[in-house]
Design a protein around this ligand. Structure first.
Ligand code: ADP
Length: 691
C-alpha cells in the first residue's frame, strides 16, 4: 500500500469514525452523556484491522483522538483533556482488538487472512477479542473521567464494557464480512460490475419460493420488532422478539442476519429513546442503557452463533459430498485398473500363480492352469513335479514352497507330468516371496513352457556331438598324412622350397590341433549335458592335489613356470568323479593359463561346508576378468580376452557351469581382492543322495 493511499484510507476512516461518534452521542439519554449504543467502538475495531499493513499507521493513532476530541467538544464533554484521554483509550482499544483477533482467528479478514466468519469458533474468537479490547478501552475511559472530574465512576465501567463490546460485535461482524467480500470481489470478479453480474446470476438461479421466503422473513421480523418496541404498554416482551432473530439466523444467509442485526439495533435504540418498548419502564438511565446493550449483544451473538453453526454444517456437508465423490472416482479408477490388470494377466503367454502362506491359490491365469493344472492348493496339484532326471520333487523343494520361505528362485526347470501316462512338459519357474504384514510370505510364481526350446537344444547338442565325433576321424587322418609328408620331406637335400613346405606342414598341424581342441570341447560339452550323473562321495582334497601335481608336471615338461598351489582342507563332496575332475581341471587350467607374462601362477583353493552344501573357491593371481563379463564368460564360445594371445575355444566354462548345475549347484566368477579372479561354486556335501 502506498503512502498517499494509506493516508487517504486514514482520512476516510476518520470521517466514518466522526460520524459514528456523533451518532453515538445522539443516543445519549442524560446530561452525563451515557449513550445507548456506541458504534464508534465497532468502527475503531474495523479501522485498526483494515490498516494493519498501512504505511502511515501513526496517522491513525493521531487521527482518532483528534476526531474524537473535535466531535466531543461540539457535543457533550466539557474538557479537551477528557476527550483526548477518551481518544487514547480508543486507540488502545482498536490496537488490542486487532492484536487479539490476529492471535485467535488469523484466517479472518482484518486479522491477517481474507476469510469472513464461517464457523462458531470465529464468533467466539471475535467475541473474546471484543471483550478484551473493550476492557482496555473502558479502563482508559474511566481513568480519563477520574482525572478530569476527580470522581471514579465505577458504574460506568460495566456500562462502557457492554456498550463497546456490543458496538464491536454489531459493526465489527458487518465489517469483517464486508472486508472479506470486497477482497473476494476484487480477486475473483475484478470489478464491482463483475460482482453485480455474479449476484444477478445467483439471484436468477434462486427459486421464486426462496426469494419470497427472504422477503417475508425480513419484512415479518422487522414488523415484529417494530411492534414489540412500538408497544407503549411497556410489557417485558423482549424475549419473544428473539424468535424473529432465530428465524432469520436459521433460514437466511449470514449477510442478511447482519442486516437484520443493524435494523434491530436502530429499532431498539430509536424506540427506547422515545420511551417506548419493553425497556422504556426502566427509569435509571445507566441501567436502561446497560439492558439495551445486553439485549442487542444477545441478539447479535445468538443470531450469529446459529447462522455460523448452520454455515459450518453446510460446509462440512459439501466437503463430505466432495470426498465421497472423490472416493467413488478412486474406486472406479481402481476397478478399471484391476480390470486392465486382470485382462493383461489373462492374456500373457506365461503362467502366473499367487499362492498364500497356507498353500491355497489366490490368483492364477489360464496359462498357469494349462501348464500346472487346475489346482486349488499348491501342495496337492494332482500333477507330478519331477527333476529333469526323473526324480520327484519333495514338497519343501518346490519353488513355491521355497519362495514362501523367503527364497528367490530363478530359472529352475521342472518336469511336470499330468495324471496318466502323458510325457509331460518342462516348465521354467521363477518364484519370489511376497511379504505380508503378519510376517509370513505369499509366493508369486511365473512359469513358461520350455519343452520345445529344450528339445531343440538337445537336438542341436546331439547333432554337435555326432558331428564332433565324426570329424575326429578325418582329423586323425590329416595328422597322419602330415606326419608322413614330413617324414618324406626330411630325407630330401636342403632347399628353400623344402623349408617352405615344412613350415606349411607345421601350420597345418597347428590348425589341426586347434580343431581337435574345439572338437574335444564340443564332445566334453555334450557329455557334460547328457552323461548320467553317478554321484558318490569324492575326496575333493585328494582329487585337487592329483590335478595340481599333473599340472605342475606338464608345466615343467613344457619348460614353463611351475604353478604354486595353496590347497586348504576341502570337505568331501557327493559328485560324479569323472565330471568333477573335468570341472576342477578346467578351472585350475584356466587359472594357470590366464596369467600375465613372466608371472608365476599362484592358486589358492579353499572350501567350506554350510549345511548340506560345500562351497569351493579357486582364486588366482592372473589377468582377471574384464568388467561386465563375469556372467557372459559362462556362455558357449564366449571369450573375454580374444586378442591377447591366449588360445581356447570358449567352451570350458560353459561345461563347468553345466556340470555344477547337474549336481544342483551354482557357479559364479568374481574379482580376487588381491588381483586376478576367483571362481566360486557349490556342490552337495558327501553323504547326500538323490542326485
Ligand atoms: P577358453 O577356452 O577361452 O579358456 P573358457 O570357457 O574356459 O574358454 O573361458 C571363457 C573365457 O573366460 C576365457 O576366454 C577367458 O577370457 C575368461 N577366463 C576364464 N578363466 C579365467 C581366469 N581364471 N582368469 C581370467 N579370465 C578367465
Amino acid at each position: 500500500m502506498t503512502y498517499p493511499r494509506s493516508l487517504a484510507r486514514t482520512a476516510l476512516f476518520a470521517i466514518v469514525y466522526g460520524a459514528a461518534v456523533l451518532l453515538g452521542w445522539r443516543t445519549a439519554t442524560d446530561a452525563a452523556g451515557i449513550a445507548l449504543v456506541w458504534p464508534a467502538a465497532g468502527v475503531t475495531a474495523i479501522w485498526f484491522c483494515a490498516q494493519r499493513h498501512a504505511r502511515a499507521r501513526w496517522a491513525d493513532a493521531v487521527a482518532l483522538p483528534l476526531v474524537l476530541a473535535a466531535t466531543t467538544l461540539v457535543t457533550k464533554t466539557p474538557t479537551l483533556l477528557a476527550a483526548l484521554l477518551f481518544g487514547i483509550g480508543g486507540v488502545l482499544q482498536g490496537t488490542v482488538f486487532a492484536l487479539l483477533l490476529a492471535r485467535w482467528r488469523p484466517s479472518l479478514w482484518g486479522a491477517g487472512g481474507i476469510a469472513p466468519m464461517r464457523a462458531p469458533r470465529d464468533l467466539w474468537g471475535m467475541l473474546g477479542a471484543a471483550i478484551g479490547a473493550s476492557a482496555c478501552g473502558s479502563v482508559a475511559a474511566v481513568t480519563g473521567e477520574w482525572l478530569t472530574t476527580g470522581r471514579l465512576p465505577w458504574t460506568h465501567l460495566g456500562l462502557y464494557l457492554t456498550q463497546r463490546t456490543t458496538g464491536i460485535m454489531i459493526i465489527g461482524s458487518v465489517g469483517v464480512f464486508a472486508g472479506a467480500a470486497l477482497t473476494t470481489v476484487t480477486a475473483r470478479f475484478g470489478s464491482a460490475a463483475g460482482w453485480l453480474r455474479h449476484g444477478r446470476a445467483r439471484l436468477a438461479a434462486t427459486s421464486r419460493w426462496r426469494r419470497a421466503e427472504y422477503v417475508v422473513i425480513l419484512a415479518g421480523t422487522t414488523a415484529v420488532y417494530l411492534a414489540g418496541f412500538g408497544y407503549t404498554d411497556r410489557l417485558p416482551l423482549s424475549f419473544a422478539l428473539l424468535g424473529g432473530t432465530v428465524l432469520v439466523a436459521t433460514r437466511l444467509c449470514t449477510p442478511f442476519l447482519l442486516l437484520h442485526n443493524c435494523v434491530v439495533t436502530v429499532i431498539a435504540v430509536r424506540y427506547t429513546l422515545d420511551e417506548s418498548g419493553p425497556f422504556a419502564h426502566v427509569t435509571e438511565p445507566i441501567v436502561r442503557a446497560a439492558i439495551v446493550q445486553l439485549f442487542l449483544a444477545l441478539v447479535t451473538v445468538v443470531g450469529l452463533a446459529l447462522a455460523l453453526g448452520r454455515d459450518e454444517r453446510a460446509a462440512l456437508v459439501v466437503a463430505l459430498a466432495r470426498e465421497k465423490a472423490e472416493l467413488v472416482t478412486q474406486q472406479e479408477r481402481a476397478a478399471a485398473h484391476s480390470a486392465l490388470l486382470a485382462a493383461i494377466i489373462d492374456t500373457v503367454a506365461g503362467g502366473l500363480v499367487v499362492v498364500e502362506p497356507d498353500g491355497h491359490v489366490s490368483l492364477r491365469n489360464p496359462a498357469a492352469t494349462e501348464l500346472l493344472g487346475p489346482f486349488r492348493d499348491i501342495r496337492n496339484t494332482g500333477y507330478r513335479h519331477l527333476h529333469l532326471d526323473g526324480t520327484p520333487y519333495a514338497i519343501h523343494e518346490r519353488p513355491s514352497m521355497r519362495a514362501m520361505g523367503g527364497e528367490n528362485v530363478r530359472g529352475e526347470d521342472i518336469l511336470i507330468q499330468p495324471p496318466g501316462t502323458g510325457p509331460g512338459h518342462i516348465v521354467r519357474v521363477n518364484a519370489s516371496p511376497l511379504p505380508r504384514p503378519d510376517g509370513t510370505s505369499s509366493a508369486v510364481i511365473l512359469v513358461h513352457d520350455v519343452t520345445a526350446e529344450r528339445r531343440h537344444r538337445d537336438e542341436l547338442t546331439n547333432f554337435a556331438g555326432v558331428v564332433a565325433h565324426d570329424l575326429l576321424n578325418p582329423l586323425a587322418c590329416l595328422g597322419g598324412w602330415t606326419a608322413a609328408a614330413r617324414d618324406l620331406l626330411s630325407d630330401l637335400p636342403p632347399h628353400t622350397i623344402l623349408d617352405q613346405a615344412l613350415d606349411d606342414l607345421t601350420r597345418a598341424d597347428r590348425a589341426a590341433a586347434r580343431m581337435r581342441g574345439l572338437i574335444d570341447g564340443l564332445l566334453a560339452y555334450t557329455t557334460a549335458r547328457k552323461a548320467e550323473v553317478s554321484a558318490v562321495p569324492v575326496d575333493l582334497t585328494a582329487l585337487t592335489a592329483d590335478i595340481a601335481v599333473a599340472r605342475s608336471d606338464s608345466a615343467a615338461a613344457a619348460g614353463q613356470q611351475e604353478p604354486r598351489f595353496t590347497i586348504g582342507v576341502l570337505p568331501a563332496v557327493q559328485a560324479d568323479p569323472v565330471l568333477l575332475r573335468q570341472l576342477m581341471d578346467n578351472l585350475i587350467g584356466n587359472a594357470i593359463k590366464y596369467t600375465g607374462p613372466g608371472v608365476t601362477p599362484a592358486l589358492t583353493i579353499t572350501a567350506a561346508r554350510t549345511g548340506d552344501t560345500v562351497t569351493i573357491c579357486i582364486a588366482d593371481n592372473g589377468i582377471g576378468i574384464p568388467p561386465g563379463q563375469h556372467n557372459s564368460i559362462f556362455e558357449n564360445f564366449h571369450r573375454a580376452h580374444p586378442d591377447s594371445g591366449y588360445h581356447g575355444t570358449g567352451l570350458g566354462l560353459a561345461i563347468c557351469k553345466r556340470i555344477v548345475e547337474r549336481h544342483g549347484g551354482t557357479i559364479t566368477a568374481s574379482d580376487n581382492p588381491g588381483g586376478g579372479s576367483c571362481f566360486t561354486f557349490t556342490l552337495p556335501a558327501a553323504g547326500l543322495s538323490g542326485l
